[in-house]
Design a protein around this ligand. Structure first.
Ligand SMILES: *Cc1c(COP(=O)(O)O)cnc(C)c1O
Length: 616
């Protein structure tokens, strides 16, 4: 049974480390330039945690800043932190705890397998133990019949030794409630949760898992710190790197315009226990995903997310066919293949559409658009356009289209398939009515989920429109989920778990972090390609920096297929071009890849060109 909540105890003063921490909480001790709490949070996200509750006290502002940075972090302060033990802190979090959770302390440095072992254990209450550490300060745990019986710093009090207490546990809500009751009864301010666990163990089934060779350390004083910096951390790094290489499916670098390369965490999230998607537990998962997808584009409170089991085109089709009234038209901006696709969808549904055609790869001329809107203002209800036109890598401005739309009192439908989560979007500020994307591009999930983010008022009004479709009706899917907390039709269960993980990883990286990484990838790519002599289809000022269309070499030795096969055999997938003014091939720089991957790609490309004697 894996859980999705973690509680981190972080209230303590860390008095034995005062001159090292310098008025920071212990969690902000830095090892190799990174606060240990941030390293811990990254591991929790990788282990499938989607909500982290931090109990603060001493210098609580530090943690409150983390809660601003990461939407999945919540803080609660133990006001009496200086005078109370960890049980008082744990009790402080009671208003936020309604599910089973992982419990850990802020000053731990540990291997990922500590978390995955607890997550994979079938028991609901599990305490993690390790082999001998010789760390000083060890807490020994006594066991009997596969259960915990007692804990002590004095090994002579232990009859059968299970191992050393690590300080990472999986706690069920039931056990938590028993602990709270025990704490109230004990009425001891200095009560620690380890003691409380021992005190309730005869009334609760508390299991354990021992990882003999687990690498970990807790940092309570300077000698602990020294041990962690000098031995724990280096061996941890080495072990985790080799474990990553051994276990994972071979990593491929996808430079095609989606599906994009995914992380280990997202791939691992696909393997989950079977569940009926009509169960409340699954409904809660989907509800969390819907809310967080809205949050990615800052639409909290005013926007609703509707999900479909489909590719991105399904979501575009759902939106267009559900929101344009029968007696109105939609103006579609066509400066690439995806604009054309929107027109095709409208024609299949006999939805009246007006085309504003721009040569592919050319930016929108807003004077022309304005004039067209003025001409057709009586007929129109919507403007539909593509944000990042993936055909050529062109970015159309949401701001400018939106400004014109409000002048003519029209709603906008934005195909943000390949920009959502890659380029910052603010649906409230930019006054977007419908925004469409999918699970497999910049959000870095698996393919198969279509996403429509709708302004709630607009979505509610769309109810009036005669339903043109059965499966893909936007309002009906929304209404059904809202009333039942179930998706209307069988969802792709495992893909939603993977999407949950992808969203957690997105928030961990932060909006700016992801956009910056993509920009870096792009910059390295452009620089390297220019050095090799390549030219680009578009003027750089129009590049979206997510995908680039590159002019094909004018050389008899060049063949796209041969180049593709050469690179594919070396782990890089490239993509053919699509109908611009000149022949192109395309390279996307989205997905779980970084500038090192791009460097390696450029190196292979250079080799190919030399071996095939292609000159530019
Ligand atoms: C990828 C993409 C689509 C189509 O998505 P599918 O998942 O292949 O249906 C639509 N619009 C844009 C802008 C895209 O980049």
């Amino acid at each position: 049974m894996s859980v999705h909540v973690a509680v981190i105890l972080a209230a303590g003063v860390g008095s034995r480390l005062q001159d090292v921490v310098n008025d920071r909480p212990k969690g902000f001790l830095e090892i190799h330039g990174k606060p240990i709490i941030e390293a811990s949070i990254a591991k929790l996200i990788r282990a499938g945690i989607s909500q982290i509750i931090i109990v603060t006290g001493y210098e609580h502002e530090f943690y409150e800043e983390l809660a601003v940075k990461y939407p999945f972090v919540f803080t609660v302060k133990n006001e009496a932190y200086a005078a109370t033990g960890s049980m008082a802190s744990l009790k402080t979090a009671s208003s936020l705890i309604s599910d089973d959770f992982l419990l850990l302390e802020s000053d731990l440095v540990y291997e990922f397998q500590a978390l995955s072992t607890l997550q994979n254990s079938a028991q609901r209450n599990v305490i993690l133990l390790s082999g001998p550490t010789q760390a000083g300060d060890e807490v020994y745990v006594g066991i009997k019949h596969e259960r915990i019986v007692n804990m002590s710093k004095d090994i002579r009090e232990i009859e059968v030794l299970g191992g050393e207490l690590v300080g990472i546990s999986k706690i069920s809500v039931d056990l938590y409630l028993k602990m709270i009751a025990q704490c109230e009864q004990a009425d001891a301010t200095q009560y620690h949760y380890e003691d409380c666990l021992t005190d309730v163990t005869d009334r609760s089934d508390i299991g354990f898992r021992t990882i003999e060779n687990l690498i970990w350390g807790e940092i309570d004083d300077k000698s602990h710190l020294e041990r962690v910096v000098e031995t724990v951390y280096p061996s941890l790094l080495e072990k985790e790197t080799s474990a990553m290489i051994e276990k994972s499916p071979q990593r491929k670098i996808l430079l095609n315009p989606g599906p994009a390369t995914t992380t280990e965490g997202v791939k691992a999230a696909l393997v989950v226990e079977d569940i009926c998607p009509r169960e409340g537990e699954f409904g809660a998962l989907v509800e969390g995903i819907r809310q967080d997808l809205v949050r990615v584009v800052h639409g909290e409170g005013e926007y609703e997310c509707v999900l479909f089991a489909s590719s991105g085109t399904g979501a575009v089709e759902a939106c267009l066919s559900s929101v344009v009234p029968e007696d109105k038209s939609v103006l579609i901006i066509n400066n690439g293949a995806y604009g054309v696709r929107m027109q095709q969808i409208c024609s299949y549904f006999s939805i009246s559409s007006i085309e504003y055609k721009v040569d592919w790869g050319e930016p929108i001329d807003f004077t022309v658009l304005d004039a067209m809107l003025a001409d057709h203002r009586e007929d129109l209800s919507h403007i539909a356009f593509v944000h990042h036109e993936t055909t050529v890598g062109l970015l159309n401005s949401i701001d400018k289209v939106s400004e014109l739309a409000s002048r003519y009192n029209l709603e906008i439908i934005v195909d943000a398939m390949s920009s959502f989560a890659g380029i910052p979007i603010d649906v409230k500020r930019q006054n977007v009515h419908y925004l469409v994307s999918s699970s497999n591009k910049c959000i870095q999930g698996m393919p198969g989920i279509g996403i429509v983010i709708c302004k709630r008022d607009s979505l509610h009004r769309s109810r009036e429109i005669r339903q043109r479709n059965f499966y893909f009706n936007l309002y009906e899917n929304y209404r059904f989920f809202n009333e039942r907390k179930e998706m209307q039709f069988t969802p792709p269960v495992q893909l939603l778990y993977a999407l949950r993980q992808a969203i957690n990883e997105y928030f961990l990286e932060t909006e700016k972090g992801r956009a910056d990484r993509y920009s870096d990838n792009y910059a390295v790519l452009i620089k390297g390609l220019s050095k090799l002599g390549f030219e680009f289809l578009l003027d750089k000022q129009h590049h979206a920096k997510i995908l680039t269309a590159i002019v094909e070499p004018d050389d008899d030795n060049y063949s796209f297929t041969a180049m593709h096969d050469y690179l594919y055999a070396r782990g890089f997938t490239i993509y053919p071009g699509k109908g611009g003014q000149r022949d192109t091939f395309r390279l996307a720089n989205m997905g779980a890849i970084d500038s090192n991957d791009i460097d390696q790609f450029l190196h292979c490309l250079e080799q190919y060109m030399q071996e095939s004697e292609i000159t530019l």
